[in-house]
Design a protein around this ligand. Structure first.
Ligand SMILES: [Cu+2]
Length: 713
């Protein structure tokens, strides 16, 4: 485009100017405020494509309400479940530094919120600015349960690009006439591919290229000469999308909540789970025309896909008319040309252009050294058809999908709870393979045996481990691009290529200076991508394909990042169990009544009499390797009910926060455990599947401590 060169020069100039302004006021760092939201999850009737159905919404809105916050703000969202499904919400791309309990994936960081219950998601947005989004993270509920997260810079801190006149979220979605829960349920039963969607949507609207939808068209009305920031979000379930605006180039300035070196593009590629901010420079004059903004899939797999096109309309306000709507009918309508549905070279070229800003103010902190290297294959496979059933997957099997040929078996206990309460045995194993167990020519002729294995396996990482992960697509049941999403972290995309990753040659080409930093990356069809991140956020972090079909088939795994040594490197207890402040002696309160229900109920434990603000070692026993084991008691009544699933109550009618045996067993050979603290919490569970505390004779607490001591020291 002829107009593309001068704006980009201008942009650089503006950017330099802004950089000077910003560095003149280096520490305008304000403490953020807390922004409270209430999400009532409720059913609503919505009509699209001539048919009405009841969908799951937040506050009756589709798409859902916006979360708006500034960098540094705390966000507290009370989610109240009024629908007949279990629900969780994930704040996609939010780093959740030491707030893993608020991350949201069901049975990973929390138990689902049952009907009639609520849960408060509480997190602070640190070091991110741009666009992210929230969506349900259980089954396929995110088909209709999603909305934007808009993160503005701190007050007084400008964007490192032209200040936009207006900002507009543009969310891509996918619409099924049928009930999506029934679709995925049926697909998992039969083993076949789930039915594809009937339409794509922009801001919930399919647009004029579908039947009955001319009225359901998103219109972006702009003024000549103005600059607009479009906050693009791909919330579709199963499709990467090309996007283009006829006769306009846009400037990409941010991906996944991280600024990038601005570049101009006529067409964008955005995978499910990715977000992109672009500047749309409206034409300087009234163009006497309208322009389609269209999106349609980039599809590489061998299965069927929804090959339709969603369109929105870009309209210019006519400066000489007071009512542009009357006038707009007979204007010429321009349509963009999008790449072919399988244009993989476009995909590679586009992603190859993304670069971190990598300035003093917005540095790219790429790990330059690596502590642990991983090679994960990602792709499809099959699992056997159960007896007495016919299956609709390949050759009468069931479709499956894997990382390193392991299809993730979803637990019924939340992994983070199991870890935190030291009850991970029989919930997960810490032995996720570092490399494929049976190497093959990943992108060559696929092996005859396509059967997968199943398991709930995690990789355990000590705090601050520097990780390099190569994700390799496989040709099993056809090569395919997979958008892999990592929770709890941004990663740097240091390299990508086609064919099999070559550890001898490929690392030399890695970009360790200004690679794109993001939370979701497309593993190229028939290729590989290398990412790096530093494991500085303790918790259990899901990583999965953001195609919901593949995720349902098991293309997911989790990382367990252990606490660091310092207090601010540890995961705090879950909400409702918060430790609170130990009582001070200056505030005597009704001393006759014990604040410890378990004490009177169980006896045998000394009440906490210490009044300092520091926890005391209530018990200390020497460990063979020189550490010591202790426990702390916190007389904190539960402040909030939390959903529980499968967590066993300890004999003390509370919960221990002991060391996680499974996790430590993985590290035992190379790590010495020193001081180990066992914290006793009290919890009040909201969900009905909690085992009722037995009234039988309690075991002595010392037995528990000893049994844990044996393992931990
Ligand atoms: Cu996938």
């Amino acid at each position: 485009m002829g107009s593309s060169s001068s704006p980009s020069c201008l942009l650089v100039g503006v950017f330099l100017f802004l950089a000077v302004v910003v560095s003149a006021f280096p520490s305008v760092v304000q403490a953020g405020i807390t922004r409270h939201y209430q999400f009532d999850v409720e059913m609503a009737n919505v009509t699209r494509l001539c048919s009405t159905k009841s969908i799951v919404t937040v506050n009756g809105q589709f798409p859902g309400p916006r979360i708006v916050a500034r960098e540094g703000d705390r966000v507290a969202v009370r989610v109240i479940n009024h629908v007949p499904y279990n629900v969780t919400i994930h704040w996609h791309g939010v780093r959740q530094l030491r707030s893993g309990w608020a991350d949201g994936p069901a049975y990973v960081t929390q138990c689902p919120i049952p009907t009639g219950r609520s849960y408060v998601y509480n997190f602070t947005i640190v070091g991110q600015r741009g666009t992210l989004f929230w969506h349900a993270h259980i089954s396929w509920l995110r088909a209709t349960l999603y909305g934007p997260i808009i993160i503005l810079p701190q007050l007084g801190v400008p964007y490192p690009f032209t200040k936009p006149y207006r900002e507009v979220p543009v969310i891509f979605g996918e619409w099924w006439k049928a009930d999506t829960e029934a679709i995925i349920h049926q697909a998992l039963q039969t083993g076949g591919g789930p039915n594809v969607s009937d339409a794509y949507t922009i801001n919930g609207l399919p647009g004029p290229l579908y039947n009955c939808s001319a009225k359901d068209t998103f219109k972006l009305k702009v003024k000549p000469g103005k600059t607009y920031l479009l906050r693009l979000i791909n919330a579709a379930l199963n499709d990467e999308l090309f996007f283009s605006i006829a006769n306009h180039t846009v400037t990409v300035v941010d991906v996944d909540g991280v600024y990038v070196k601005p570049f101009d593009a006529e067409t964008l590629l955005i995978t499910p789970g990715q977000t992109t901010n672009v500047l749309l420079h409206a034409k300087p004059y009234y163009p006497n025309a309208m322009f389609f903004m269209t999106a349609r899939p980039y599809a590489t797999g061998s299965g069927t896909f929804d090959n339709s096109t969603v369109a929105a309309v870009l309209e210019y306000q006519n400066p000489s008319r007071s009512s542009p709507a009357v006038f707009a009918k007979n204007l010429p309508l321009h349509k963009p040309t999008l790449p072919a549905f399988n244009d993989t070279s476009f995909a590679a070229n586009f992603t190859g252009r993304l670069r971190s800003l990598a300035t003093a103010r917005f540095p790219a902190n790429v790990p330059q050294t690596v502590d642990r290297r991983f090679l994960f294959t990602v792709g499809l496979g099959t699992s056997p058809c159960p007896k007495n059933q016919t299956c609709q997957g390949p050759n009468g099997t069931k479709f499956s999908a894997t990382v390193n040929n392991i299809s993730f078996a979803s637990p019924t206990t939340a992994l983070l709870q199991a870890h935190f309460f030291g009850q991970s045995r029989n919930v997960y194993s810490p032995d996720f393979p570092v490399v494929p167990l049976m190497p093959f020519n990943y992108t060559g002729t696929p092996p005859n045996n396509t059967l997968v294995s199943n398991g709930t396996k995690l990789v355990v990482l000590p705090f601050n481990t520097s990780v390099e992960l190569v994700m390799q697509d496989t040709s099993i049941l056809g090569t395919e691009s997979h958008p892999l999403h990592l929770h709890g972290y941004n990663f740097f995309v240091v390299g990508q290529g086609f064919g099999n990753y070559d550890p001898a040659k490929d690392p030399a080409k890695f970009n360790l200076v200004d690679p794109a930093e993001r939370n979701t990356v497309g593993v190229p069809a028939g290729g590989w991508v290398a990412i790096r991140f530093s494991a500085d956020n303790p918790g259990v972090w899901f990583m999965h394909c953001h195609f919901d079909a593949h995720m349902s088939w098991g293309l997911k795994m989790a990382w367990l990042v252990l606490d660091g040594e310092l207090p601010n490197q540890k995961l705090p207890p879950p909400p409702g169990l918060s430790v609170g402040s130990p009582r001070r002696s200056v505030a005597p309160r009704r001393p006759r009544r014990s604040p410890l229900p378990w004490r009177s109920a169980r006896g045998g434990l000394p009440p906490r009499t210490d009044t300092s603000t520091r926890p005391t070692w209530r018990s200390s026993s020497p460990c063979p390797r020189g550490g010591r084991l202790a426990y702390e008691l916190y007389p904190v009544p539960a402040q909030q009910e939390v959903p529980c699933c499968g967590i066993r109550r300890s004999p003390m009618s509370g919960y221990f926060h002991p060391p996680d045996n499974e996790a430590f067993s993985a590290l035992a050979p190379r790590r010495k455990v020193l001081d180990v603290t066992v914290v006793l919490y009290q919890i009040r569970c909201a969900s009905p599947d909690v085992p009722v505390m037995k009234k039988s004779t309690p075991r002595r607490q010392s037995m528990n401590l000893e049994s844990r001591a044996r393992f931990s020291c």
